[in-house]
Design a protein around this ligand. Structure first.
Ligand SMILES: [Zn+2]
Length: 103
């Protein structure tokens, strides 16, 4: 079971293409370009003359998410025993308080 989900820091609807259009559809895979020059909306994507590889934005996002999920799973397996231990301590602390309040 996965507790933590990956989350993109940038708000997706804040992303604009090089002509400041919203709704990014494609990404140009060219490290020479600046960030918003790499982003293409649907109409800019159809007009693009770029020789670089162009990839579907949703597909790229899916790949990143998968990568992140794998990393999170890896870290979760390390972290979970510690969290469970802390929960155990916390529960015992609460029950001790109950006993204290009764006596
Ligand atoms: Zn555009």
């Amino acid at each position: 079971m996965q507790i933590y989900q990956p989350k993109v820091i940038e708000k997706e609807f804040d992303l604009l293409c090089r002509l400041n259009h919203p709704q990014i559809e494609f990404v140009i895979l060219d490290p020479q370009l600046s960030r918003n020059q790499r982003l293409l909306c649907k109409s800019c994507g159809q007009q693009s003359q770029s020789n670089s590889q162009i990839i579907d934005y949703q597909f790229l996002k899916y790949c990143f998410d998968q990568q992140q999920k794998e990393q999170i799973l890896e870290h979760e397996s390390i972290i979970m025993p510690h969290i469970q231990y802390l929960e155990f301590i916390e529960q015992n602390r609460i029950s001790k308080n109950k006993i204290d309040s009764i006596t």
